[in-house]
Structures are given as C-alpha cells and as structure tokens.
Design a protein around this ligand. Sequence first.
Ligand SMILES: C[S@@+](CC[C@H](N)C(=O)[O-])C[C@H]1O[C@@H](n2cnc3c(N)ncnc32)[C@H](O)[C@@H]1O
Length: 310
Amino acid sequence: MTASAYHAPVMVREVLAALEPERGGRYLDGTAGGGGHVEAILEAAPGAEVVAVDRDPDAIEEARRRLAPFGDRVTLVGANFAEAVDRAGIEPGTLAGALLDLGVSSYQIDTAARGFTFRSQAPLDMRMEGPGAEAEHAADILATRSEDELARIFRRYGEEPRARRLARTIVERREEQPLETSDDLVSAIEAVLGPRMTQQDRARIFQALRIAVNREIESLEAALPKLRDALQPGGVLVVISYHSLEDRLVKLAFREWSADCVCPPGLPVCQCRGEALGTTLTRKPQRPREDEVEVNPRARSARLRAWRKR
Ligand SMILES: C[S@@+](CC[C@H](N)C(=O)[O-])C[C@H]1O[C@@H](n2cnc3c(N)ncnc32)[C@H](O)[C@@H]1O
C-alpha cells in the first residue's frame, strides 16, 4: 500500500513549524498511524529521532515498513499514548516535542473488517487494537449498556439531540435480536431520524460509539499531563483534534498550564505553583489551509493547538 493510501497526514507544514525538528533531539508521535508525520519530522532534520507509538498493530506494521530507511532513528512502540512515556522508558524533561493526531486513520475507516464504517455488512467492532483485542467491541457495548448509558454516549460524544430515543430503540431491538453489523445500527438510526437522515448523522453516531469503545476522552485526559512532564524546557506539544470535546479538553489544559495562578477565585494569598508552566502558541486553533482540504477532504475538521514548556 502506498503511504498516502494508508493515511494522508494532515497539516504537516503547521506541525513542523510548531515542533521545529531542526532543533534536533527526541520526539514522540503518540499516533503514528501510517508514519506520515514521523517521516516528515525525520526528513526535516537529520538530528531528530522519533518514538513512534500507536495502539493499532496494523499501524505499527505499516510504520515499520515505511520508516525502515531511517534505521535506529525510529523506535516503534505498540501502546496507548496514555502509557507511551512509561512504556518507552522516557525520562521526565527529555523530549524536544510530542505530537498527537487524534482519531482514526483512513486505513482504519476504509478497512471494513475493522468495523469503523457504516458501509453495509461491516461488523460492529471499532477497537483500535484490532479484532484480536480483549477489550469490549462496539456490538458488546450496544448489547450490554443500559438505556441511560447509551443515551449518554450518543449525547455526549455525538451531540445527538435524539439520543434518548435512539438508545430506547436499540434496547427494544436487542431484545429481539442482537445488533451485530453496521446495517443493524444504521437501521436503528434510520428508525429514529427518519428519511431525512444524512451521511453526517450516521457518521456522528458511529463516531460517538467509537469514542466510547476506545475510551478516547479518558486516554487523552491521562496523556496530556504525562506528555507535558516528559517535555524538556522549550519542548513543544502539538495536538490535532477532530472533535469538539477533544479540542475543548486540549484548550483548557493548555490554558491551565499557561496561567501564573490557578488558585480558586477569592483566596487572599496565592497558594498554587504561582507561575506558568509554559506558553500556549496557538491563541485560536489553527485550521488546515483551503488547498489542503481540497486535496484531502478528511482534513476539513482538523484543529491544531500547540504549547511550549518554559
Ligand atoms: C489520524 S491517525 C494518525 C495518522 C498519522 N499522523 C499519520 O501521519 O499517518 C490516528 C492514529 O492514532 C491511533 N490512536 C488513536 N488513539 C490512540 C491512543 N489512545 N493511543 C495510541 N494510538 C492511538 C490510531 O490507531 C490511528 O492509527
């Protein structure tokens, strides 16, 4: 498979401008995917090396193939990025930069057997670790969660106004027959949203389920402070998100780390750390340029934020 057939990396120019690999040193890419960003970093600067992490074994395989020419400048680690710093034995204060390019790759979406797609007859799997993983897959969640829990997933992660009705429909249907394929879920969505259901509605609801299956928000929450602590002074953390919940989480974390005082309002004397840990480099999230979106429509919803440690 060609590199861009696996996944075309987004906002490469902006990622390089923020990470400044020409400074040299050790970088961590927590979402290596097909290795596009890793390759760009390694090509930009002979003095840079990268720890390339992904929880998907297929991604690690693809990255191994693509990044072979860089020899021991790349270390591949199959892990959740929330555990990557510990798994790779990275000492605090040693990374020149870290990158998270959240969500799923084109390969994952386009490979029907992985079950991320709403195309007909795909299994409801959606685990980033792949079908061999032990964790619950999407069909398990639809089969076992209460109506309340399902409604919360569709509301919180999918911003679906009819979340409660969709949850109830799923619970009613599973009493007759378990939901096992994309068609089963699409048919439940159709029953609730009616004939005006759009491709975007389906994508939003499938995405909500995927976020729950992979505990994506929890992973990001756990990873951010670990990556911050792993940065050296002057080190930069870049996060590209595709979902408003993720982007908000990153925005609030960067804001908190960039504030001199994080005491609750009204304290007579500052009792917190009393100084900012670093600076937010992006007051507003950067968006992909129009010419990039034209060539790669999947870049459309990307939002990039960057933070530099002091
Ligand atoms: C948008 S793709 C990244 C593409 C990559 N930047 C490239 O250039 O090809 C997201 C990748 O992150 C991985 N991923 C998502 N969440 C992860 C997590 N919590 N830990 C490790 N990998 C994760 C997915 O398996 C997927 O391969």
